[in-house]
Design a protein. Structure first.
Length: 215
């Protein structure tokens, strides 16, 4: 199934090797070089706050065997259809624009560092460190970033305060059965009020005892 990023009246679908921009009755494919764009990445195309551009993770197919140097973040201008590498984003992926448009968040290619770009100054800084970072999500007020990490006692949901860089564990996830997505990873998110979301697997398998009565 294609993945999509949406705003009212528009969507961007990530298919085999192209990004589609759709509005009402028309659709137009945006040229993304096939040899570099990998649709199996966990990062979906992300809208800029003004809906005029997209951020995408950029790396060769077969990301599991790619070098850290092969990763970067590109910005696609929807008016000119031009791709440009985000300055300083080498060895990074999973881009997320903050709702207040002041920051762009990424993970390092080894999934051990949370990095943030201050858009106004063009300066990067390390926001937090981890072991196996996944699924970053901004809160609506842009004050916190939630993400999953692998702690000493199993997977956990953490958050970090952007201003102070203070990381804290929100909840341990080891005893929560969760739905595994097509990426072979569970999903996490953030609700509009800033509370964390997880997709729990309550199961559809039950054990029954049946009594067989034969004629």
């Amino acid at each position: 199934m294609p993945k999509a990023a949406t705003i009212p009246g528009k969507s961007v679908s990530q298919g085999s090797y192209s990004v589609m921009l759709k509005k009402s009755s028309w659709s137009q494919a945006m040229a993304v070089p096939q040899r570099n764009f990998c649709p199996r990445t966990r990062t979906d195309p992300g809208w800029s706050p003004d809906s005029r551009s997209l951020l995408l993770a950029y790396y060769p197919p077969g990301a599991s065997s790619a070098r850290a140097e092969d990763y970067s973040v590109v910005q696609c201008d929807l008016q000119t259809r031009k791709l440009s590498t985000l300055s300083g984003s080498q060895q990074m992926f999973v881009p997320r624009w903050s709702p207040n448009w002041r920051y762009i968040l990424t993970f390092s290619a080894d999934q051990r560092r949370v990095m943030v770009l201050e858009v106004g100054t063009g300066k990067w800084r390390e926001l937090a460190a981890g072991t196996c970072l996944q699924y970053p999500d901004w809160t609506r007020d842009s004050k916190y970033v939630y993400f999953e990490d692998l702690g000493n006692d199993g997977p956990e949901l953490d958050r970090v305060a952007v201003a102070e860089g203070r990381k804290e564990r929100v909840i341990a996830l080891k005893d929560i059965h969760r739905v595994v997505m097509s990426s072979n990873q569970p999903w996490n998110g953030v609700a509009p009020d800033g509370s964390p979301l997880i997709m729990r697997d309550v199961g559809s398998r039950e054990l029954y005892s049946l009594e067989l009565q034969l004629p």
